[in-house]
Ligand binder design. Sequence first.
Ligand SMILES: Cc1cc2nc3c(=O)[nH]c(=O)nc-3n(C[C@H](O)[C@H](O)[C@H](O)COP(=O)(O)OP(=O)(O)OC[C@H]3O[C@@H](n4cnc5c(N)ncnc54)[C@H](O)[C@@H]3O)c2cc1C
Ligand SMILES: NC(=O)c1ccc[n+]([C@@H]2O[C@H](COP(=O)([O-])OP(=O)(O)OC[C@H]3O[C@@H](n4cnc5c(N)ncnc54)[C@H](O)[C@@H]3O)[C@@H](O)[C@H]2O)c1
Length: 452
Amino acid sequence: MKNKHYDVFVIGSGVAGQTAAEICVENNLSVAIADNREFGGTCANRGCDSKRILLQFSKLIYQSRNLKGSGVKKIPKLNWKKVQKFKRSFSNPIPANTEEKMKGLGIAMYHQSPKFISKNEVEVEGKVVSADYFVIATGNVPRPLEIDGKAFLNVSEDVLNLKKIPKSITFIGSGYITMEFACMLATLGSKVTILERAETALGDFDQFLVKKLIAKLESLGVKFVFKADVTAVEKLKKNKKVSYSTNGKTEIHKSRLVINATGRIPAIAALELHKAGIDADNNGIIVNDYLQSKSHPKVYACGDVSNKSPSLTPLSGLQGYIVGNNVVKEKSKTLDVPCVPSTVFTTPNLSSVGYGEAEAKARYKNVKVYQGDSSGWYNAKKENEDTYAYTIIANERTDEIVGAHILSSEANESINVFAAAIYNKMTTKNFKRMLMTYPSFGMDMKKMMENK
Ligand SMILES: Cc1cc2nc3c(=O)[nH]c(=O)nc-3n(C[C@H](O)[C@H](O)[C@H](O)COP(=O)(O)OP(=O)(O)OC[C@H]3O[C@@H](n4cnc5c(N)ncnc54)[C@H](O)[C@@H]3O)c2cc1C
Ligand SMILES: NC(=O)c1ccc[n+]([C@@H]2O[C@H](COP(=O)([O-])OP(=O)(O)OC[C@H]3O[C@@H](n4cnc5c(N)ncnc54)[C@H](O)[C@@H]3O)[C@@H](O)[C@H]2O)c1
């Protein structure tokens, strides 16, 4: 075994790992990066980007259907093969482009999972590699579902690569991944069933809006089963058979595919963290506000694999930036995230930033909740869209906006305006003073905060 030494060894080449590696190498540190899959990470290869490309096609069909009878004569027909080809034109070049970029920066690359063998050494590609600092940025992987027949389950990546739209599909779990893909596939003609263990979908989101989103998906033919305990999956000739119990009754359900979308867990199993004394729990590697391992100060963790949630691309990039800077100059940056906007890219979108109603009520003495159904407003009516609603929350004492939750066809963009407002501690009064373009969803945001 030949020994190698670097100033910094990064594990994982997603947005978090790349960002940290680039900052280190730009500051004249010698850097290596390892990935056990194609370089470029989840978002660009098999997550956000590919997903949104596919979803825009189902949105096109959905919106055309809404406008049928109001001028649209024919609903467009998709050539799914070409849709997939278009998607791949974005994702296929990612690994080679990422490697070329790394190489251009002078970063050494390894194509295997490293295993820690001591506090400052890993074994990778048959070599012992030591480093002054390690950056762990290995992201998340699908949560394994320990049921009989688990080998017959598929995951989000398989949905992204579907060769054709399945006749029927079952999702286990009703989080982000399920809601987005269920919406897409139901719109494109699949019979979709969702088996969720909890009492509702998207448990962390505003439930006034989630109820409306569930009703929307039901109107597309999606069947929700809550309080479902899935026990087994079997492979039949054409279908998969899922066994589950709900309200004390045992049921079976057959569909072409069964997707395990019960959440994602930190990708740490292969790293042998214990050999370096790096502590982790179910949420990931335990780090302080510098994103430094609490049990091993020469190790940093960033992105989905750190225990600082939520697992979203912008937050992973930010964490990579913080770690890169802290490796270059110890304790130079802390993670200080006032609010993280996120969107469930269903049609319509469900977007959220800042506190939910319960959190705000726990935090402030008095809160003002502006909540309503805007399906009668111009912006919904012009699209023949029957689902549009909001919950905006302000601290009553200061009038500051502290949370915004929107269900609308443009919510993924509208929420960024609210993110800026919350970040800048805007009051509802100041927000309403801003001029917005007309006619736009921006104008509606001001109307949402009118006292009725
Ligand atoms: C289907 C899907 C859709 C999503 N949509 C969105 C969205 O719309 N918006 C959003 O903000 N977020 C979305 N996310 C979440 C987003 O993709 C992640 O938060 C983000 O990619 C995390 O970046 P990261 O750099 O922390 O990890 P990753 O991008 O996951 O990178 C980790 C890298 O580490 C590698 N790795 C893992 N284990 C090892 C090992 N043992 N050795 C070496 N390398 C290893 C992996 O191969 C990977 O390349 C989505 C996720 C999925 C699955
Ligand atoms: N648009 C986006 O930003 C986006 C999209 C996709 C994924 N993501 C990220 O990826 C993460 C993973 O997404 P996800 O949808 O897999 O997870 P999730 O955590 O959003 O949802 C998982 C769901 O599965 C349910 N569940 C758990 N165990 C179950 C079981 N045994 N049986 C039935 N239901 C069960 C949970 O109650 C929950 O509702 C997200 O939390 C998010 O951070 C983000």
